[in-house]
Write a protein that binds this ligand. Structure first.
Ligand code: SAH
Length: 489
């Protein structure tokens, strides 16, 4: 590092030379509980004992571990900004304004830090970890410290961006003795989140805080946003502000992102019939099937932001509703959207939300009449499906299981979807009708269920329905029903 000088006024770790910002820092700490904290090294794909350096757009990124022992592990990402390189870059591409980044707004380093984060931790951002696969999707206790992030003059902004995702947010406004308040805060985040989710949130929200992404944003930035936004952005109350700022206020891109966030299955036409979004049609179809099965207690597995839970609550036929999701962000959004706190006690008693991973057996899932897996299986790695099958059909064993999933054949009808692309960036696969039917058949056979196949949405004679639906009825209950029919006749 060049002979730097620590910013004395603010006491934060930003190094400057003659007023020019040359380095910013982010630290991420965990205590993994039953596992050694140094497993963080596996998750980040960066060895705790080595200092590693990477060339990035803005300069050099260094990864090192100020603390790495069994109890606690802290990884640091230090971005050393090369003003000369940045200036060279600025000359090459008119989009990079050196002044904007380094001189008049010395604090605005968040975009650069996000770019570095995306490059250095790419595998972790993609949620892959072969050494500790079970840890990747599991929420772990995390603390993130950013000595200085811009807030655009709104010290509440970090809270509005991070709190809905399940973070406990602490900010300290920073001041400069000469200029006073500097539109910048020290930011501390703590919470239990899967690491990949946390990194993706930083990747999107740091430039959003910054709001100074001056470079040209191309169409693919929408995909990047939706991919990194995964499931948490859909239900984020500030998704509009996030999309606008992330996409540098480019109107058509923002509109496209918001449309896709409103309904992940949507491209423009023709995804709707009878004027209703496919997602709403799916919920109706699921409710109808649950009523037909006579279910009273229902568990919505992978409930996301809780829309189906909300619909179930509207119908007094459903007396016990449990929403389960692996994402604390999604559950937080569900809690707010459902207004659980303001709900009358009688209704409130019917519903519970619970954080749990579907790929692990969970005894609280036993004893419900029905389980719903609506647009969830395709979010699991194929290799993890058998674990989910065991947990749901083998262990929880409700009388009825409803599964919906996209019909890959129908994708050609979405004009915005490239050939072979998935409807949602987090999908791990999408099945055609034969593949889904084969899976349904196999699961039913293996776990003793009677299957029935159906579809949701406008039916295309060649391609089928946009959404595939399977109803599994536990074999012994199917037989009992048949017997009682016999008895009656
Ligand atoms: N059922 C909702 C949400 C579908 S999106 C709807 O139809 O609108 C998929 C959901 O599955 C997300 O909320 C995601 O967090 C959840 N999910 C993905 N993997 C999971 C896992 N292993 N365990 C529990 N939930 C999971």
């Amino acid at each position: 590092m060049p002979d730097h000088e620590r910013m004395r006024e603010t006491g934060c770790v930003r190094w400057t030379i003659r007023g020019i910002l040359v380095a910013v820092l982010l630290t991420l700490s965990t205590t993994l509980g039953s596992l050694p904290a140094t497993d963080l090294g596996f998750l980040l794909h960066k060895h705790p004992e080595r200092l590693q350096c990477f060339e990035v757009t803005a300069g050099t990124a260094h990864v090192f571990y100020p603390r790495a022992d069994a109890a606690e592990c802290t990884a640091a990402l230090l971005l050393e900004i090369d003003p000369i390189d940045l200036a060279r870059h600025a000359r090459r591409s008119s989009g990079w304004a050196l002044g904007a980044y380094v001189n008049d707004r010395p604090y605005v380093a968040s975009s650069l830090l996000a770019v570095a984060l995306g490059k250095v931790f790419r595998t972790a951002l993609n949620g892959r970890c072969d050494a500790r696969p079970e840890l990747v999707r599991q929420p772990i206790p995390l603390r993130i410290h950013l000595p200085a992030v811009p807030d655009g003059g709104d010290p509440e902004l970090p809270e509005r961006l991070f709190a809905p995702l399940g973070w406990h947010v602490e900010t300290r406004p920073l001041t400069d003795p000469e200029w006073g308040r500097v539109d910048c805060v020290e930011l501390n985040l703590s919470g239990d989140l899967p690491l990949a989710e946390a990194l993706n949130q930083l990747y999107v929200l740091l430039p959003v805080l910054d709001d100074a992404k001056h470079y040209w944003v191309a169409e693919e930035e929408v995909d990047k946003l939706l991919r990194a936004g995964g499931d948490w952005l859909v239900s984020h109350p500030e998704r509009e502000l996030i999309s606008r700022r992330y996409l540098a206020h480019a109107r058509t891109l923002v509109d496209s992102a918001l449309a896709q966030l409103a309904d992940p299955d949507s491209g423009p036409e023709p995804h709707q019939d009878s004027g209703r979004p496919l997602a709403a049609q799916r919920r109706s179809a699921v409710l109808e099937r649950l009523r037909a099965a006579g279910a009273r207690s229902v568990v919505d597995l992978g409930c996301g932001d809780g829309r189906l839970v909300g619909d179930l609550l509207e119908d007094p036929a459903f007396t016990e509703i449990l929403g389960v999701d692996v994402s604390t962000g999604g559950l937080g959004a569900a809690e707010r959207k459902l207004g659980l706190e303001r709900m009358p006690e009688r209704k409130r008693r019917c519903v519970r939300l619970r954080q749990s991973a579907l790929t692990y057996t969970d005894s609280t899932l036993i004893g419900h009449d029905a389980a719903v897996l609506m647009e969830v299986v395709e979010h699991l790695d194929l290799a993890r499906l058998p674990a989910m099958e065991h947990a749901v059909f083998g262990h929880a064993r409700p009388e009825t299981v409803l599964v919906t999933t996209p019909n890959a054949e129908y994708n050609v009808r979405y004009p915005n979807l490239a050939a072979g692309a998935y409807r949602h960036p987090d999908h791990r696969f999408e099945w055609d009708r034969a593949q889904f039917a084969a899976w349904v058949e196999r699961v039913a056979e293996r776990f003793g269920y009677v299957p029935e196949l159906d579809g949701v949405g406008e039916h295309d004679p060649e391609l089928g329905h946009p959404t595939q639906l399977a109803v599994f009825t536990r074999a012994e209950s199917a037989r009992t029903d048949a017997n009682s029919e016999d008895a009656r006749s």
